[in-house]
Ligand binder design. Structure first.
Ligand code: TXA
Ligand code: MG
Length: 351
């Protein structure tokens, strides 16, 4: 298949190009587009045939449900049942934005979207290109992250082209996804709601908004045996570059010391190491392949660059990535969740 690449400027949107991509979507094609979290791979959420194509293009397991994206809050009432007062409040406060709410689904929503679940996940993205595209498509748009399943999520069109060129109809080039980690997914069928996947909106923000919020215990479980995650996607190996990833956790200076020891050990074994460091620690390492992912004092910068950094190590041919842990507060919880999943939970604690 020939993939069309459409360049669109988010600050000066060419509506004809949007209308063209929207028509492709509405008529059953696949369109990758930027959102403020990561790039998404969109299909008409009411068309089973096009939904099947998403699973094929990504190599996605069919038991992993898709998020449905909308541009108008009214669509929530068409697609779901039993919306609570607190859910209304969260939508009003955080939409458009990086929050996905899981509701009981209306029978209109095809089973393939929800992988047979009786619930459906909805999000209104904030990115102007995403919003215009969904508006013009005039249908709800199912969109997982636009990567091959298991790879780090794409935060630029370059990553989407790497993974999906030749497998989808259109890729919109619309600059970088600025948040860099996916939306926070919450189960809004329960009180208090439960965070199924940490993301762009922090638990602290949600708690401030509605007072109570629980977290799926499976998120903190490393072997996944005892707890089956309620968000099916959380059980798969995810976000993984080709290199092995090891997370090093503890006091910053001790972490750096441990990483320097590991660098020497790997070099002796003939294995090429790389270090995922931060602005504050970059200069500590005696290693050829050190990437500063961001500023520890501004964790949003780390979120924005994490997936790109993981892909960059692959381009350098690094075989093992030694990754500094960061604080698990605010967006740090999502950063650590993605980092640990990329590592398959391989973690060294230094004390
Ligand atoms: O930021 C995002 O959410 C991005 C952009 C493109 O919007 N999308 C995204 O989609 O991350 P995806 O498919 O990569 O991840 C969707 C997550 C998965 O963990 C999936 O299991 C969960 O949402 N999910 C979807 N529907 C669900 C449902 N009905 N119940 C529980 N979890 C659900
Ligand atoms: Mg994904």
């Amino acid at each position: 298949m020939k993939t069309e690449i459409l360049k669109i400027n988010r600050d000066n949107i060419d509506i004809d190009k949007i209308k063209y991509a929207a028509k492709v979507l509405r008529e059953g094609g696949l369109v990758a587009f930027p959102t403020e979290t990561v790039y998404g791979l969109g299909a008409n959420a009411l068309n089973e045939k096009s939904l099947k194509k998403i699973f094929e293009a990504k190599g996605r397991p069919s038991d992993n449900p898709l998020i449905v994206h909308i541009a108008d809050k009214k669509d929530v009432y068409q697609l779901t049942l039993d919306i609570s007062e607190y859910a209304e409040k969260l939508m009003d406060m955080f939409w458009p934005g990086a929050l996905t709410l899981v509701f009981k689904k209306d029978s209109k929503v095809p089973d393939i979207v929800t992988a047979g679940l009786s619930t459906v996940a909805l999000r209104m993205p904030q990115h102007p290109i995403a919003l215009e595209l969904i508006r013009e498509a005039k249908v709800p748009v199912a969109a997982p992250s636009a990567n091959v399943s298991g790879r780090p999520s794409p935060t630029s069109s370059k990553h989407v082209i790497e993974d999906l060129n030749g497998k989808v109809d259109v890729i919109i080039e619309g600059g970088n996804a600025n948040i860099g980690v996916e939306s926070t997914v919450i189960d809004a069928t329960l009180w208090p709601p439960v965070v199924l996947r940490p993301g762009g909106i922090s638990i602290e923000q949600l708690k401030d908004a509605i007072g109570h919020i629980n977290v799926d215990p499976a998120l903190f479980k490393e072997d996944g045996d005892k707890f089956v995650p309620k968000s099916p996607g959380m059980k798969y190996k995810h976000y993984a570059p080709k290199a092995e990833v090891i997370v090093i956790e503890g006091e910053v200076l001790k972490v750096a010391g441990k990483i320097n020891t590991l660098i020497e050990e790997y070099k002796c074994k003939g294995i090429l190491p790389g270090v995922l460091s931060t602005k504050q620690t970059r200069s500590f390492y005696k290693c050829e392949h050190v990437v500063s992912v961001g500023d520890r004092l501004e964790p949003e910068t780390i979120a924005a660059n994490l997936f790109k950094a993981l892909r960059d190590f692959d381009d350098m041919g690094v075989q093992v990535i030694l990754a500094e842990a960061v604080e698990s507060t605010g967006i740090g919880l999502a950063i650590m969740n993605r980092m640990k999943k990329a590592a398959g939970y391989k973690t060294i604690y230094v004390s």
